[in-house]
Design a protein around this ligand. Sequence first.
Ligand code: FE
Ligand code: FE
Ligand code: MG
Length: 167
Amino acid sequence: MGTKGREIVGMDVKELLTLLNKAFADEWLAYYQYWLGAKLAKGPMKEAVMAELVQHAADELRHADMLTTRILQLGGVPVPDPREWFKMTNCGYDAPNDPYVRMLLEQNIKGEQCAISVYKALLEKTLNKDPVTYNIVLQILQDEVEHEEDLQALLEDMDLMIQENKR
Ligand code: FE
Ligand code: FE
Ligand code: MG
């Protein structure tokens, strides 16, 4: 990246790159978890759940893209080997072995809650140190907060539907 652009980063760039690459690994794993979950989903409100999972998959891939742009600007290399994702990840990967919609929602809610914690910590780390990374992380965090809410709202609707059927 440009020399002045690097000069204004008031923190250890190597450490920052490691954190960004860990988040990058999380995003790819989250992308795949959503993408496959959307293909497999079974159960009540399947259509609504699938539509949400597909959207979220696209968002996670976009997050990986945003992180890549910043990693390259900072002179880093995005994790070149997918096998490294599992060593780097903060939030891990939950295989959608049980395609029942409720299980998928619960797995992905857990993932979003982890992502929210990771990006909150990254925001605090970059605050007043690297405004460009801060801005990217803030945008991603806003999406993850929305993702969690979307999934929890679906679960809630599912519960209400089940109650309604029992009346
Ligand atoms: Fe994400
Ligand atoms: Fe998300
Ligand atoms: Mg959504």
